[in-house]
Every structure is written in structure tokens, then in C-alpha cells.
Ligand binder design. Structure first.
Ligand code: IPE
Ligand code: IPE
Ligand code: MG
Length: 232
């Protein structure tokens, strides 16, 4: 994937709802886990391309709080793919220039996977492209978690800044653009708070088929929008 342009400060953060892995596999008569495997390949290329065009923050929805209701073997294969991606990041942390961040409730993950995730956050701290991976993430869960933290601190009069500071995404600017693949036009419990003023881009392309050209289209569409934030 090569690029011919860079984005500016208007587009710092792109978030992806990586959807359609299962359908991609089913259309090829393959088990769903193959869709996740090819989806993981697309993810690597897309993250790299976003970095190449100057995006500073990339967030991906990898596993939702609701995805535990899928068949056990599918959940297991998704967790395995995550685990191998983390191993790969650990090996090449210095070459990748990716600053990893994990958003979601990691306490429900296999302890070794959660520990690896936290270790990677430490190791990659100095890198510049922030990649947030949402695992066991739910927007509602995140807001409840934030309120419980505030309650523990004895906060009674809660401001919007207080809530933002307790979200898993604290310190990360809200997404400018949210891209969802595979034709579904819903948020599915992703970044509910942070998406208040995000632009949305929907494409029928299934996640494993996403290429730099699809990103270019989304970026072009983003720049054609007028963000008013309630003003005239
Ligand atoms: C997205 O693809 C990946 C995860 C939710 C983990 P899906 O697995 O939801 O693919 P479809 O929507 O069934 O095609
Ligand atoms: C959203 O996709 C979750 C991820 C992409 C990880 P789903 O496929 O789980 O969402 P629904 O079920 O279509 O709303
Ligand atoms: Mg889906």
C-alpha cells in the first residue's frame, strides 16, 4: 500500500468497527475463523497505511462485551489471533513505532493475555502512532466503570471532564472519523461517549477486503463534510 498525501490536524483520529469477517469466510465456504484470520491481516495493513498518511490515533473494535455470546471456538480463535498479534508487537516494538493502548475490561481475559497487553503498553510508550485496541469493550460498560471510579473517589457533583477522565480512552482525543465496514449502520456499543461529534463513514466492503483505496475514499468523504458542532 502506498500513499500520495498526508492528512492534516482536522483528521487526527480514525476509529474502525472492523465488521464482516464472518460473512467474508461464509461466502467462501470457509469456517468463520478464517475470516478473522484474514481480517487480522487487513488490520495490520490498514494500521500501517493510517500511519503512512499521518493519522496520529487509530482505534479498532476487536471484541465487544457482547461478543462473548458467540460459539466458544470462535471466541477462542479471536483471542488466539490477538495473542499472536501481541507477540509480534513485543518482538518488533522498536521497528513498529506503534504506541499500544488497550481499552475495555481486561480483567475477563486470560490473565496471561491481559498481562501481555499491559506490558506492551509500557514497552511501546515512547512510540508515536497511538493504536487503541478495544477488547472486551462496551461503551455502556465503560461509562458504568467511569461512574464507579468516581463514586469510589467520593465525587458527588460530576462534570463531563470527570467522566472523560475515567473512561478507558482518557487522554486520547475523540475520534474525528468512525468507519464501519460490512454494510451495518450502527454503533454496536462502540465509543458511545466519544462519538458525540464524530463523522461516520459506512461501506459495504467486508473488513478482510479493506485496502488503502477504501481508506482514501473514507478520508476524501471526511474532508467533504462540514463539522458544525451545533454552530451555524
Ligand atoms: C467482526 O466480524 C469481528 C468481530 C466481531 C470480532 P464479524 O465476526 O462480526 O463478521 P460478521 O458480521 O459475522 O460477518
Ligand atoms: C461489532 O460487531 C463488534 C466488533 C466489530 C468487534 P458485531 O458484529 O459484534 O456487531 P453486531 O452484532 O452486528 O451489532
Ligand atoms: Mg459482525
Amino acid at each position: 500500500m502506498s500513499n500520495s498525501y498526508t492528512v492534516d490536524e482536522r483528521l487526527q483520529h480514525i476509529a474502525f468497527i472492523m465488521d464482516g469477517n464472518g460473512r467474508w469466510a461464509e461466502r467462501r465456504g470457509m469456517p468463520r475463523r478464517f475470516g478473522h484470520r484474514y481480517g487480522a491481516e487487513a488490520f495490520r495493513k490498514i494500521v500501517k497505511y493510517c500511519g503512512d498518511i499521518g493519522i496520529k490515533y487509530v482505534t479498532v473494535y476487536a471484541f465487544s462485551t457482547e461478543n462473548w455470546s458467540r460459539p466458544e471456538n470462535e471466541v477462542r480463535s479471536i483471542m488466539k489471533l490477538l495473542d499472536s498479534y501481541l507477540d509480534e508487537c513485543e518482538k518488533s516494538a522498536k521497528d513498529y513505532n506503534i504506541k499500544l493502548r488497550f481499552i475495555g475490561d481486561l480483567s475477563k481475559l486470560e490473565p496471561s493475555l491481559a498481562a501481555k497487553a499491559r506490558r506492551l503498553e509500557e514497552i511501546t510508550q515512547e512510540n508515536s502512532l497511538t493504536l487503541s485496541i478495544a477488547i472486551n469493550y462496551g461503551g455502556k460498560d465503560e461509562i458504568v466503570h467511569a461512574f464507579n471510579n468516581l463514586a469510589k473517589k467520593g465525587k458527588t457533583c460530576i462534570s463531563s471532564e470527570d467522566i472523560a477522565s475515567e473512561l478507558y480512552t482518557a487522554g486520547i482525543p475523540d475520534p474525528d472519523l468512525i468507519v464501519r465496514t460490512a454494510g451495518e449502520m450502527r454503533l454496536s456499543n462502540f465509543l458511545m461517549w466519544q462519538s458525540a461529534y464524530s463523522e461516520f463513514y459506512f461501506t459495504d466492503t467486508l473488513w478482510p477486503d479493506m485496502t488503502s483505496k477504501d481508506i482514501d475514499k473514507a478520508v476524501e468523504e471526511f474532508y467533504s463534510r462540514q463539522r458544525r458542532y451545533g454552530k451555524v
